[in-house]
Design a protein around this ligand. Structure first.
Ligand code: PLP
Length: 407
């Protein structure tokens, strides 16, 4: 009799987006005359930058000719893309990252979900709350937690992000071995300062821990004082792994391309106390279980680093950030305290009431869909996330409706 991985039975079913979808469909069925505007799900709405589309066409034509056709590529990604990333995303910011420390993949979701598997099952975890759910759920699947009690898994140190700490969690009192951080944050849109990130890097060095730094929204940082990469912090090369994605940088959510940086000095220890290079372990895992991203997609990703590509992705992000500014100003004008939206595409609204109640209110009275904060963790209660990923016309209409509904 085949048995299941019992850890899967501990997973708390995530009803968030299906619950939202159910409530929205019920509303639409009851009020077919009221078009709903969705500012809930974090998917982009604008098409790929022209430079990426042009590169896709050229690469597709290469695949059509025997002389230029490509079969399996290097699992870690083509040198042209790894070198472009090293040069434009790191060297240009003074970070010493080598091209062979960059692993190209088909998404940060997979990478930040998979990376935990190279570490022992009894390590101590520190995970933010509210949070992008992949970090927690993949550790539950791997057996690193106990059961879920009152919305929290036992055995996890939750890093509370609250109004009191400006949604940037404090260092835990005890020791943790694997620390997840995400800045600019999903769902709060908060960013971490150089001083805050320095404290985390020092903590990780003190405890011989590893930081998994998710910077999927790095391209949205506009404040010149905010670090774009954890590697801008001295000493991070020994203790941090960074995830980046082309999804929100260049509209690749449906095209799929991302990368993970694993510097060679990052170490983890075996039971006998011998150090191992995490880079070698990840390389083993990646090459064993993954066969690389499609050549045309990597060419499209590399196109964002050309002059045209940089201009076009910059304009794309400026467009979403202008939406975000409108949303934040409107919600602040209605008396809510908000974070995010200035260096991130999400606005985290402190509603001062139950997050599902506020969600229902916006849906019923304004026909606008947001995301209830409680769906991202206990500390998300009392908040909603509003996303800037939409057309300008939809954002403006949504805000006019929200103002009318809440005044
Ligand atoms: N990390 C965070 C914080 C995200 O919000 C997302 C997507 O929403 C991802 C990772 C996943 O990105 P990708 O599309 O590269 O899988």
């Amino acid at each position: 009799m085949i048995r299941i991985n019992e850890n899967y039975t501990k997973l708390k079913a995530s009803y968030l987006f299906s619950d939202i979808a159910k409530r929205v469909s019920a509303h639409v069925a009851a009020h077919p005359d009221q078009p709903v505007i969705r500012l809930g799900i974090g998917d982009v709405t604008e098409p790929l930058p022209a430079a990426c589309v042009a590169a896709l066409h050229v690469a597709t034509d290469e695949m059509a000719r025997r002389e230029t056709f490509k079969g399996y590529g290097p699992e870690q990604g083509y040198a042209f893309l790894r070198e472009a990333v090293a040069q434009h995303d790191y060297a240009a910011r003074g970070c010493a990252i080598e091209a062979d420390e960059i692993f190209i993949s088909d998404g940060s979701k997979c990478d930040c979900g998979n990376l935990q598997e190279i570490f022992a099952t009894d390590i101590r975890l520190a995970i933010p709350d509210p949070v992008y759910p992949v970090y927690v759920d993949t550790n539950v699947m791997a057996g690193r937690t106990g059961g879920n009690v009152d919305g929290r898994y036992s055995g996890v140190t939750y890093l509370d992000s609250t109004p009191a700490n400006g949604y940037v969690p404090a260092l835990p009192a005890g020791a943790a071995d694997l620390i997840y951080l995400c800045f600019p944050n999903n769902p709060t849109g908060a960013v971490a300062t150089r001083e805050q990130l320095t404290a985390w890097v020092e903590y990780a060095r003190r405890h011989r821990a590893v930081i998994l730094f998710d910077s999927a929204y790095e391209a949205y940082i506009r404040d010149p004082r905010i670090p774009h990469s954890i590697y801008e912090i001295p000493g991070a090369r020994e203790v941090a792994i960074e995830f980046r994605s082309f999804s929100k940088t260049a509209g690749f959510t449906g095209t799929r391309c991302a990368y993970t940086v694993v510097p060679k000095p990052v170490q983890a220890w075996d039971a006998a106390g011998r150090p191992h290079a995490v880079h070698a372990l990840w390389n083993r895992r990646h090459t064993t279980k993954f066969n690389g991203v499609a050549y045309p997609i990597q060419r499209a990703a590399a196109a964002i680093y050309t002059g045209e590509g940089k201009r076009q992705t910059g304009a794309l992000i400026d467009f979403y950030l202008a939406n975000a500014r409108l949303i934040r100003e409107a919600m602040t004008g209605l008396g809510f305290t908000c974070v995010g939206g200035d260096n991130a595409p999400y606005i985290w609204v402190n509603t001062g009431r139950d997050s599902w109640e506020f969600f229902d209110l916006l849906l019923q009275r304004a026909q606008v869909v947001c995301t209830p904060g409680a769906g991202f963790g206990k500390c998300g209660e009392g908040h909603v996330r509003i996303s800037a990923f939409n057309s300008r016309a939809n954002v403006e209409t949504a805000l006019t409706r929200i103002a009318a509904a809440l005044r």
